[in-house]
Write a protein that binds this ligand. Structure first.
Ligand SMILES: NC(=O)c1ccc[n+]([C@@H]2O[C@H](COP(=O)([O-])OP(=O)(O)OC[C@H]3O[C@@H](n4cnc5c(N)ncnc54)[C@H](OP(=O)(O)O)[C@@H]3O)[C@@H](O)[C@H]2O)c1
Length: 340
């Protein structure tokens, strides 16, 4: 466990980084995304922060608050329903038209729902899209800007990191169905959706860390955090949640602490990209157990999660390539035919 004291000392030291870092918070209008954006704005000089979500009135309120927290910050909101990949592309084009680099891509879009298979007009389940396809589309679209950040001539502006907050444990403790990764052929269940999103994030990060050695990739488990995540549940479950919340709060990670810990995960040198590991004294073990692999899997307390036998087994059987080939096939089809 990284102590909260060490997390806070590291976060305070971020003021020494160069000004004008650019961070994109996909899901920055609520919960862990917002809490981490708040810590990023508090601890960096003249940051430019993009918040992406659907709720524009909440975004206006947040922008005023963050501006007060750090008057040198520049804050932008992009309103987008990111459950459609074509909308993700539009949001990324807006960022690309305004920025020459992105230092941090931080993603928390998602929903808690008991609804079954729910395909969007692009033929992909909505929840699986928010948790995997849309996040990966943001990543591939913005990788040129993340690479630009990694290649900065200023060593204090070379932060280049992608952080996806979901739950890496699910994909390590279960085996995805590689013959139906999109869960379109009758194999959808809430459990398989969770396993597939989790495993596909981790394995795609391993592929991307090798292909883009200047950028680091983190998949983190936040533990229970008191946020608005239950908003899409039906009235009965929402009621149960509301009653249980005060009791559960005792075991949950406080929202502010989660933001502080995720800022650490987003910036700490131990989670270095592959080509910077020689500069780091104590580089972390990657999700594949290789030190400094550039793709890290973290628990809520910023501790690296160990490998599981199941993940090790499917990796040996080519899981990384299978997931990446599938992702490219989905993106190609949606781009050319509008639908997978
Ligand atoms: N909180 C927990 O205890 C917990 C535990 C384990 C895993 N997680 C995972 O961690 C992630 C973050 O959770 P959280 O608790 O921070 O959730 P949250 O408070 O509900 O925040 C989710 C964010 O996603 C955005 N979003 C949802 N659907 C969207 C859509 N269709 N288009 C664009 N933006 C959308 C929301 O923005 P708008 O409302 O503005 O659209 C919001 O900013 C989720 O993936 C969740 O599954 C959370």
């Amino acid at each position: 466990m990284v102590s909260l004291k060490a997390v806070r000392a590291h976060n305070t030291s971020l003021k020494a980084l160069s000004p004008n870092l650019v961070a994109v918070f996909v899901g920055g209008t609520s919960g862990i995304g917002l809490s981490t954006a708040r810590e990023f704005v508090r601890n960096t000089q003249s940051p430019h922060v993009y918040l992406i979500g659907r709720n524009s009135s909440e975004a206006s309120r947040i922008i005023s608050e963050l501006q007060t927290l750090n008057s040198s910050s520049k804050l932008s909101f992009i309103q987008s329903d990111t459950s459609l990949l074509k909308n993700v592309d539009v949001a990324c084009e807006e960022i690309k038209s305004k920025e020459s680099k992105v230092n941090l891509l931080f993603m928390t879009i998602g929903q808690m729902t008991t609804q079954g298979y729910n395909p969007t007009s692009e033929g992909l389940d909505k929840k699986l899209t928010l948790h995997y396809y849309a996040r990966t589309r943001f990543t591939t679209n913005l990788l040129p800007l993340l690479t630009s950040a990694a290649q900065s001539s200023d060593a204090n502006a070379r932060l280049s990191r992608v952080v996806s907050v979901l739950d890496p444990k699910l994909g390590r403790n279960d085996i995805p169905n590689f013959s139906d990764l999109a869960l379109k052929n009758g194999t959808f269940s809430l459990k398989s959706c969770a396993t597939h999103a989790s495993a596909m994030i981790s394995f795609s990060h391993e592929h991307l860390a090798a292909a883009y050695p200047g950028t680091a990739f983190v998949h983190s488990y936040p533990s229970g955090v008191p946020t608005n995540i239950s908003r899409d549940l039906g009235p009965v479950l929402k009621g149960v949640f509301a009653v249980a919340k005060p009791l559960l709060n005792h075991w949950m990670v406080p929202l502010v602490e989660s933001g502080e810990r995720h800022l650490y995960a987003s910036t700490a040198p131990e989670f270095a990209p592959r080509n910077l590991t020689k500069d780091v004294e104590h580089v972390a073990r990657g999700g594949d157990e290789v030190s400094g692999s550039g793709a890290y899997v973290l628990n809520w307390d910023d501790e690296v999660l160990g490998e599981s036998k199941k993940a090790e087994g499917v990796r040996k059987d080519g899981a990384v390539d299978k997931v990446w080939r599938h992702t490219e096939e989905v993106f190609g089809k949606v781009q050319s035919e509008g639908k997978y």
